[in-house]
Design a protein around this ligand. Sequence first.
Ligand code: ZN
Length: 134
Amino acid sequence: MYCRNCGHPNDENAWKCTQCGTELRAAPAPITSVTPGQPVAGVPQPIQIPNYLWQSIVCTIFCCWPLGIPAIVYAAQVNGKVGKGDIEGAKVSSKNAKMWCWIAFGTGLFIVALYIALVAFGVLSNLSHTGVGD
Ligand SMILES: [Zn+2]
C-alpha cells in the first residue's frame, strides 16, 4: 500500500511507512477486497426474521384455534413487512406471533389437562358408584 503521507510504496502488510514512519493502518483503509462474512456497505443483506407461520398453524389446529388466529395474522404480516423494508415492524409482528403461539399452546395444554382431570374424576366417581357399595 502507498503511504498517505509521502506516497512511498510499502509492503501490503506493513503497518508503518518505511520512508517516513507514518502509521499506515491508522488511515481508513481503501476497500480493495471484501472479507467474506463481513457486511458490505450499500449492499442490502438478506434479513432473516422468523415468521412463526407453521408454528402458528400447528398451534391453531392442535391447541386452541381462537388464540391461534392472532398468531397466524401476525405471522402472515412478517414477510410482507420485510418485503416493504419495514424491518422494525416485521420484528414486532414476529414477536407477537411467537407470543400468541405460546398463549395458544399454553391454553391448549391447560384445556387438555383439565379434560384429562375431568375424565379421571368421572372414572373415579363411576367406580365408587358401581363397585364398592355392594
Ligand atoms: Zn511515508
